[in-house]
Design a protein around this ligand. Structure first.
Ligand code: AMP
Ligand code: MG
Length: 359
């Protein structure tokens, strides 16, 4: 009988094998997965949230990281120019100045102001970027809420407003005609920033891009399923959260959509009636009609954003007539009915954008 002796352990060999295994474990844990095909991220800007989504993205990790950083840097920059909530922003400094001489500003501020004043003219003053003092007076601005104002206070503040009291004398300056005038671009700045962020993404070579800031959206190309981007329009119930209930779903590619409404930023007075943050410059008071929201489709988000605010002031009847005559823009108006239900009115071209499986 032969006794087979176990071979003596080769310690060096085992040590080597152990080291190789350890190396593989470490390599696996530090090795990056491939970059996502459909990257998406959210962040905070302009007192709200933003989203950037790409579909079938060609970007490598470092390109994606660079885009993320560029977007964040740009959004901080735009806030530093246009936020009326930042006392040090360019717009706040312009507002604090009392001169009626031209004031040098960035070309971005001059461009957006020029566009805002164009919409003011087109909408016969329904859109007015000088209503800031009225927005504040009604408790919707940086200065907080002290309830509805007295008539005399209202009249005094109205005298400080009026889009014709502001001009853009050059590509890098603004000029007040009355020294108390205040500029408020909150109704267009989000749309302007959305367009710029979408361009930043397109410049990387990405073709399928969705950008949204506080519900104002721009979509290019297709979504991760290969179809148009699908954007929900919220049911405009008071206090409802974004996406809680959908009124409609819109198919979007190469277009922007923006919504103005009274259902998210509103106050209630002693008699229980509700008033919201959009001012009718013709009365100096918050808009008072049955319109709960209006969504606008247009080629740029800055335009969609401004037109949505203008149409919210006009209301569903005058607004519908106006948008039907306006080139390359469509609108959906959602009004409150007596029984609490919502009624839709759309410009003829809007329906082509509605999803076939809509609510
Ligand atoms: P949006 O949500 O885009 O309709 O913008 C509303 C914001 O624009 C308000 O919070 C105000 O700062 C400002 N705003 C209010 N009324 C008007 C108006 N009639 N025209 C232009 N901006 C306005
Ligand atoms: Mg707007």
């Amino acid at each position: 009988m032969k006794v087979i002796q176990p071979r003596p352990l080769n310690v060096r060999k085992m040590l080597l094998v152990g080291l190789v295994i350890l190396g593989l474990v470490i390599w696996n844990s530090v090795r990056r997965p491939p970059p996502p095909k459909h990257p998406s991220w959210t962040g905070r800007t302009m007192g709200t949230t933003y989203t950037v989504s790409l579909a079938d993205s060609p970007l490598k990790w470092n390109e994606l990281r660079a885009l993320h950083e560029d977007v964040e840097t740009y959004l901080i920059h735009v806030n530093d120019l246009m936020s009326t909530y930042l006392p040090t922003s360019e717009i706040s400094r312009f507002n604090a100045s009392r001169t009626t001489e031209p004031v040098k500003v960035s070309d971005a501020l001059a461009t957006v102001t020029r566009f805002a004043l164009k919409v003011s003219e087109e909408s016969q003053g329904a859109f007015d970027p000088t209503v800031g003092p009225l927005v504040n007076l009604w408790g919707f601005g940086p200065e907080g809420d002290e309830g509805p104002p007295a008539e005399e206070a209202l009249e005094a503040v109205r005298r400080m407003c009026g889009h014709r009291n502001l001009t853009v004398p050059s590509d890098t300056s603004l000029q007040k005609r009355i020294s108390e005038l205040q500029l408020d671009l909150n109704a267009v700045a989000k749309g302007y920033a959305v367009d710029h962020v979408a361009d930043l993404a397109l410049r990387t070579g990405a073709q399928n891009v969705f950008v949204e800031i506080g519900g104002e959206c721009m979509a290019h190309g297709h979504n991760s399923g290969g179809g148009p981007w699908r954007i929900g329009i919220d049911v405009p119930s008071y206090g409802a959260l974004p996406g809680e209930g959908l009124q409609e779903v819109v198919n979007l590619s190469g277009m922007a959509i923006a919504t103005s409404g009274d259902y998210r930023n509103f106050h209630t007075n002693e008699t229980g009636s509700v008033y919201a943050h959009i001012i009718d410059p013709r009365t100096g008071k918050p808009v008072a009609h049955q319109l709960a929201s209006v969504s606008v489709l247009a080629g740029s988000c800055m335009k969609a954003d401004a037109l949505a605010t203008a149409l919210f002031v006009m209301g569903p009847v005058e607004g519908l007539r106006w948008i039907e005559a306006y080139p390359n823009a469509e609108a959906l108006f959602v009004s409150r009915e007596e029984d609490g239900s919502f009624r839709e009115r759309a410009s003829p071209g809007f329906e082509a954008f509605l999803g076939t499986d809509n609510p």
